[in-house]
Ligand binder design. Structure first.
Ligand SMILES: Cc1ncc(COP(=O)(O)O)c(C=O)c1O
Length: 380
């Protein structure tokens, strides 16, 4: 294999003066992804869908890539949906709820992993949020809210604002012991950090492609464990989700046995071509190698920010508690001012959880992080 630096040089083509520290929001595309989309557009222009069988091969390949990146037992466990929110809704509105059931989660979740569960209040279902802001043991905070009426724990693998990385294995183990379903919003780690649905005993995992997977918005991977999948009622129907897909004359139908049953209509072929290209790059490099680089960058930022006594880290600095996101505050609370200063210096980051969120990816040059720290130190 070529050296990592060679691959990075070939595959990333950001504007010279742009420091992109916003992969936790929407990421730039690798060169091969841009080319795949350009080619797809060109093919559509000159021959429409003449090569549809080839497109279907890309779709199958994407399911295989998704299986690999999740270590799912089978491609049949993978559905391609619109986004993380849709996948969460498929779970929330697929399960049978009884009045008095509860769901345990945290108070740091992105709205998508809260609103849909809160909406079940109309069915008499309670949404319980563990306070992760004040605890040293986030998993215990979750477990303390569980009782015999808890049907599901739902959690982000990494919290979008604070960057807190959850111990998914521990939570999955707990869920198995208590026969509770386990749902993971993995959008803030998939593509950056190794993931293993089997090791963590997850029932449902979902992640859109536009963050750490370096793909487009609007195409998400949804994993469901077969035993858990069979408990999901369907709420969306169409030609694509039936067992006899492609036979448009047959009148009898039943849902596909595989996860395709969650995909009601035409696939997002444009997104499939793009995400396929992005994942091919990540898998070529290896998520293990990507993780090392991501963690190295977070470690670097944490160390440098900690050395400045005008700054306060929001992200935990303890190993295993962070992934690709580092969020911090300035102790005179002028976070908006510092944020604007960073933007004015072409450092693209985000304001989240009352602080400034930096999220470089594996390819971000360390020299750009040095520059960023200098800008922050100048301001503070
Ligand atoms: C943890 C988390 N979940 C879900 C989402 C939104 O996902 P989608 O737009 O794919 O529904 C985000 C976006 O920032 C997020 O950070």
């Amino acid at each position: 294999m070529q050296s990592l630096q060679n691959i990075i040089n070939q595959e990333f083509n950001l504007k010279q003066d742009l420091i992109y520290l916003n992969h936790a929001a929407v990421s730039p595309w690798p060169v091969r992804t841009a080319r795949a989309v350009q080619k797809f557009a060109e093919d559509n222009m000159i021959e429409g869908s003449l090569q549809y069988p080839e497109w279907l091969k890309k779709e199958s390949e994407l399911r295989r890539q998704a299986r690999l990146i999740l270590n799912a037992p089978s491609v049949n466990d993978i559905a391609l949906l619109k986004n993380t929110s849709e996948a969460l809704s498929v779970v929330a509105y697929g399960l049978d709820w009884k009045q008095g059931d509860n769901i345990v989660s945290s108070n740091q979740e992105f709205p998508s992993n809260r609103i849909v569960w809160e909406s079940l209040a109309s069915k008499g279902v309670e949404f319980r949020e563990a306070d992760l802001n004040t605890t040293n043991s986030p998993e215990d905070a979750l477990f303390s809210l569980v009782d015999e009426k808890t049907k599901l724990i739902t959690i982000s693998s990494v919290q979008f604002g604070t960057g807190l990385r959850m111990d998914l294995k521990q939570i999955g183990h707990f869920c198995r012991e208590k026969a509770i379903l386990f749902c993971v919003d993995a959008i803030q780690s998939l593509g950056a950090i190794q993931f293993d649905v089997q090791e963590i005993n997850a029932d449902f995992v979902m992640a859109d492609g536009h963050k750490w997977m370096l793909g487009p918005e609007g195409l998400a991977i949804f994993y469901s464990k077969p035993e858990a999948r069979d408990h999901l009622n369907l709420n969306q129907f169409g030609w694509h989700m039936v067992k006899t897909q492609g036979d448009f004359d047959i009148r009898d139908w039943e849902p596909a046995l595989t996860s395709r049953r969650f995909e009601c209509g035409s696939p997002n072929m444009l997104g499939i071509h793009a995400l396929n290209a992005s994942l091919s790059l990540l898998l070529e490099i290896g998520i293990e190698n990507i993780e090392k680089e991501v963690i190295r960058r977070s470690e670097y930022i944490i160390e440098k920010l900690s050395a400045n006594n005008k700054l306060v880290l929001i992200t935990s600095g303890s190993k295993k508690r962070y992934a690709g996101i580092v969020t911090f505050q300035i102790n005179n609370f002028d976070n908006e001012g510092l944020f604007q200063y960073l933007i004015d210096n072409n450092i693209f980051c985000a304001l989240r959880s009352g602080g400034i969120r930096l999220s470089p990816h594996f390819y971000t040059p360390i020299s750009q992080l040095e520059q960023t720290i200098e800008v922050i130190d100048n301001y503070s």
